[in-house]
Design a protein around this ligand. Structure first.
Ligand SMILES: Cc1cc2nc3c(=O)[nH]c(=O)nc-3n(C[C@H](O)[C@H](O)[C@H](O)COP(=O)(O)OP(=O)(O)OC[C@H]3O[C@@H](n4cnc5c(N)ncnc54)[C@H](O)[C@@H]3O)c2cc1C
Length: 386
């Protein structure tokens, strides 16, 4: 957790609580097995009920709806703490929190009773957020999965790709085209695990974050009830975009956690390893590298907290969330790279933690909006200012 005491900035008690709850759990339960889960590509199933009990699967859902009631700053602290121990678990939290925040913000009271309440009680496992398709990721408005109203229900046809926790999720928040082309033709649905006509694809064999599951969802005449529509018909794209805006703060914080973990590994190694008769930490180059990493991560922290605080004030903060996600994910990439270098050959070994962190960090520049897409959002704001 960044120390802002000298600025006079104080985290609230609630923010500290959600951050420290996540940190305690992550350090006790997630950190010890993170390397093994990565090697085995084993989903952190054993931790799901505890994550749900602690409210971490629905952090931003209000307490009266069964969530942890965290604001965006608290969410960022919890995501950072989780990723510092296990980035795979952090991305499971990120996608579950995206999906449940949508239900909390847009579902009717009956829909919340049906899906959100049992979910927050840990009875449904994680939730998935299914927007990307084989033919479109960045250009999500081009999605082609169709939902057609037929009698009393909807019939889904199409395919989703890269869906985090898709094989384990009890509920999927799915975006599909109900009407004409473009953004206005997209609607949001809940599809329950086991729905007839829904097939789950095989797990992707990924470079990093290997303990998180990532699959395709195949809808072949998948029939869901009429009450599965979340929010207004044609409102799906706006729902997805607003969730992803806040989600970017989570990925910025996840990146920070990875960077902090790598820096801690580097500091430890530099104080143990000797070359030419002295500790690595005594070389001026090592000190400069460690200093640069601290500067990168502090800058990323401040940008992340700015974006989170603006969201908490009700600002859309679309440029600020993109700036935070872009900078934090790219800073994490630079930090993990430098820490592998600092470890020499050891850093290239599968046995070292920095090797896992290096692989885990790469995807933060890709999912929930690539670096290029963040730059497009930021450039739009820069040009509008001019
Ligand atoms: C591990 C993992 C987990 C994921 N989890 C989920 C999930 O849970 N739910 C979900 O819906 N999706 C998920 N995704 C999908 C992810 O959000 C997309 O991969 C991402 O948005 C990029 O889309 P794409 O892969 O189709 O790449 P493309 O959109 O095809 O982009 C390819 C390249 O072109 C660049 N590009 C595209 N458009 C432009 C432009 N206008 N200007 C400049 N450059 C451009 C991109 O930046 C990128 O470098 C996940 C992906 C991964 C890898």
């Amino acid at each position: 957790m960044i120390n802002l005491d000298r600025l006079g900035f104080r985290f609230t008690q609630e923010q500290r609580l959600v951050g420290s709850t996540a940190r305690d759990f992550a350090q006790r339960q997630l950190a010890p097995g993170a390397g093994e889960r990565d090697r085995l590509a084993r989903y952190p199933l054993e931790h799901l009920s505890q994550l749900a009990e602690l409210g971490l699967l629905a952090m931003k859902v209000p307490t009266e709806e069964g969530g942890a009631g965290a604001d965006n700053v608290g969410y960022a602290l919890a995501m950072e703490a989780t990723a510092e121990a296990c980035a795979s678990t952090a991305v499971v939290l990120a996608s579950s929190n995206l999906a449940t925040r949508i239900l909390s913000d847009h579902a009717s009271p009956e829909q919340k009773e049906r899906w959100l309440r049992p979910y927050t009680q840990g009875r449904l496992g994680p939730a998935s957020f299914a927007l990307s398709e084989p033919g479109c990721g960045s250009d999500a408005a081009a999605l082609t999965t169709r939902a057609t109203l037929d009698g009393h229900g909807w019939i889904l046809e199409g395919q989703k790709q890269w869906i985090t926790s898709g094989a384990q999720a009890g509920i999927h928040v799915v975006f599909a085209r109900t009407d004409g082309p473009g953004r206005e033709g997209i609607s949001c649905f809940v599809v329950e695990r086991g729905a007839a006509g829904l097939t789950i694809g095989p797990e992707e064999d990924k470079m990093g974050q290997r303990a998180s599951g990532t699959v395709g969802l195949f809808f072949d005449g998948c029939r869901i009830p009429a009450h599965s529509l979340i929010g207004p018909r044609g409102g799906g794209y706006r729902i997805a975009l607003s969730a992803l805006g806040a989600g970017r703060v989570g990925i910025a914080a996840l990146s920070l956690g990875l960077g902090e973990a790598a820096l801690a590994e580097g500091v430890r190694y530099a104080q143990e390893r000797k070359a030419f008769g002295q500790l690595l930490s005594e070389f001026q180059n090592t000190r400069f590298v460690l200093a640069d990493c601290r500067v990168e991560l502090d800058a990323a922290w401040l940008l992340t907290l700015r974006a989170a605080a603006l969201l908490d004030q009700g600002d859309r903060a679309s440029a600020e969330t993109s700036i935070a996600k872009l900078f934090a994910s790219e800073a994490a990439g630079r930090v993990v790279d430098k820490m592998v270098q600092l470890h020499g050959g050891t850093g290239y070994s599968r046995a070292s933690t920095v090797e896992r962190l290096y692989r885990d960090a790469r995807v933060t520049r890709i999912y929930e909006g690539t670096s290029e897409v963040q730059r497009l959002v930021i450039a739009r704001a820069v040009l509008a200012e001019g």
